[in-house]
Design a protein around this ligand. Structure first.
Ligand SMILES: *[C@@H]1O[C@H](CO)[C@@H](O)[C@H](O)[C@H]1NC(C)=O
Ligand SMILES: *[C@@H]1O[C@H](CO)[C@@H](O)[C@H](O)[C@H]1NC(C)=O
Ligand SMILES: *[C@@H]1O[C@H](CO)[C@@H](O)[C@H](O)[C@H]1NC(C)=O
Ligand SMILES: *[C@@H]1O[C@H](CO)[C@@H](O)[C@H](O)[C@H]1NC(C)=O
Ligand SMILES: CC(=O)N[C@H]1CO[C@H](CO)[C@@H](O)[C@@H]1O
Length: 456
């Protein structure tokens, strides 16, 4: 990690140089604000829409995704790694991977690409033609030879300080934990962002990785993303590049994909476009995790079930350098919430205690993994508890439908929280219908309940 940290320091020094490299052109709209359409991968709007699914099929799919995504966390001891990935991130997968796609228009002539929104990684990349080794993808691979605004990053550019110069070409290479990887040219393109009136803001020279060698173990022809939009605090991430133009602030509101009556898209918003400054917004500072210096960690102090505090010792979730344990990550790319196993059992016990008076509930030992707690319940059982995360200076109360996945057909429900060694992660399922705001300059994570299906 030392080398990664010094890399970050190096990046920071060159950040000002980097920012002056970007320029916005827009005469009709201020460039300090914009939104991109955010589409759930299973939405009819999604280019990889798998077709209609029953509630059970959806839930099973999310569990499969979630479990494989974090399975890599379980295998590693942060302080005794044999793998040396430069990204501490579960694998980049297709089916086993991410959930929310960002629709991005780029190049001249303009092309639409879909990238996965990932608050847990930094560098944005897409596959480019001609590939040496392309991973199969359902829609057209980006061909930079057809774009007038595509540029390769020269080796003497500050951006290239962190990459390698090979045959006078600036080449990036990212190795994800779990073995997946992407390699290619460091490049830049013009990104076009359309507002509701159809007017475009053009952002020239946005750095991205143009992958010509993509290795994704589980890729197949049917369920395919082109790449990743990295939104962590790495100085080369999408949000860091837009930097002061958008006040280094972005926000999303995740629609609940299990509720098929809602339109399954919302917006990834930057800068002023975040809009509301309501009184109910709560804020907690980001904290640092030395193993993930660019990740969005917050300080979790305690958890309540049905407003009853579990009274965890105050340092339960803080990072402990001696053991490498602790930390609470806000992540858009993991489905379920994971609570470090030492604390998970106490949480589960309290939820079991909450349900114990209801004699018509039957605990089912055969839960869909990775969940450990599920019940058979009579039709219409209405009495689910809220779960509250008590952060430093803020309480995030999760509505019951985001903590318990209820299957009305099967008359059963499952807890959307599972145990994990070492680390805790707030996953996408518990973030449904919450506007989450990442304000890097102010160093705060802010949130407020919202109806994401009404996002505009
Ligand atoms: C580190 O990992 C290696 C190989 O997996 C193992 O042999 C060694 O005992 C481990 N060391 C510690 C301190 O856990
Ligand atoms: C994927 O598509 C390629 C080219 O269209 C084809 O050759 C290959 O057989 C397909 N693979 C599967 C698993 O369908
Ligand atoms: C589905 O969404 C609609 C509209 O937001 C809401 O009224 C309804 O309660 C939701 N249903 C479930 C099962 O969450
Ligand atoms: C969070 O909830 C606790 C009660 O469990 C309360 O004492 C505290 O004031 C709340 N904090 C905020 C910032 O609302
Ligand atoms: C760059 C651009 O789109 N400029 C337009 C701004 O709006 C005026 C009037 O609506 C147009 O005439 C410009 O072409």
């Amino acid at each position: 990690m030392d080398s990664l940290q010094s890399l970050v320091a190096l990046f920071s020094i060159h950040l000002l140089v980097l920012l002056s490299y970007l320029h916005f052109t827009s005469s009709n709209k201020t460039a300090t604000t914009f939104s991109l359409k955010l589409i759930h991968r299973d939405s009819p709007e999604s280019p990889i829409y798998p077709g209609p699914m029953t509630f059970r099929e959806r839930v099973e799919r999310y569990r499969k995704i979630s479990d494989s995504r974090v399975s890599h966390w379980k295998q590693i001891n942060m302080h005794n790694r044999t793998e040396q990935p430069n990204i501490m991130r579960p694998r980049v997968t297709t089916d086993d991977g991410y959930l929310y796609l960002v629709e991005l228009e780029m190049g001249d002539p303009l092309k639409t690409v879909y990238v996965v929104m990932d608050t847990g990684s930094g560098i944005t990349w897409i596959q480019c033609l001609p590939c040496q080794e392309c991973s199969p993808q359902k829609f057209e691979i980006y061909d930079p030879r057809n774009s007038k605004t595509f540029k390769k990053i020269p080796c003497n550019s500050p951006i290239c300080y962190s990459f390698k110069c090979i045959d006078q070409q600036c080449m990036y290479s990212l190795h994800y934990l779990g073995g997946d990887s992407t390699e290619g040219y460091a490049a830049s393109e013009t990104i076009h962002i359309k507002d509701e009136q159809g007017l475009y803001t053009h952002i020239a020279d946005v750095f991205f990785g143009c992958s010509i060698k993509t290795h994704i173990a589980s890729a197949d022809n049917s369920s395919l993303e082109t790449g990743i939009m990295g939104l962590d605090t790495n100085p080369l991430s999408f949000i860091s590049q837009l930097g002061s133009f958008v006040l280094r602030r972005f926000s999303y509101c995740l629609v609940n994909p299990t509720n098929s009556s809602t339109p399954l898209f919302s917006y990834l918003k930057f800068g002023d476009d975040i809009g509301f400054i309501g009184g109910a917004v709560q804020k907690t500072p980001f904290t640092k995790h030395p193993d993930f210096p660019n990740g969005y960690f917050v300080n979790l102090l305690d958890i309540s079930v049905d407003n009853k505090r579990l009274n965890f010792p105050p340092d339960t979730f803080t990072f402990k350098p001696d053991t490498g344990e602790g930390g609470f990550l806000i992540d858009s790319g993991t489905v379920l919430t994971y609570i470090q196993d030492t604390a998970y059992s106490k949480l589960e016990e309290e939820i079991v205690r909450y349900f114990s008076p209801y004699k018509d509930l039957v605990r089912n030992q055969d839960c869909s993994p990775p969940s450990k707690l599920c019940y058979d319940a009579p039709m219409g059982f209405p009495l689910f508890p809220t779960i509250t995360y008590h952060f430093q200076g803020a309480n995030l109360t999760i509505a019951p439908e985001n903590s318990f996945e209820v299957d009305y057909e099967e008359k059963s429900f499952i807890l959307s929280i599972a145990p994990l060694p070492r680390l805790s992660i707030l996953g996408a399922y518990q973030q449904h219908n919450i506007r989450s705001i990442f304000d890097i300059d102010s160093n705060v994570f802010a949130f407020v309940p919202d109806d994401c299906s009404k996002d505009e």
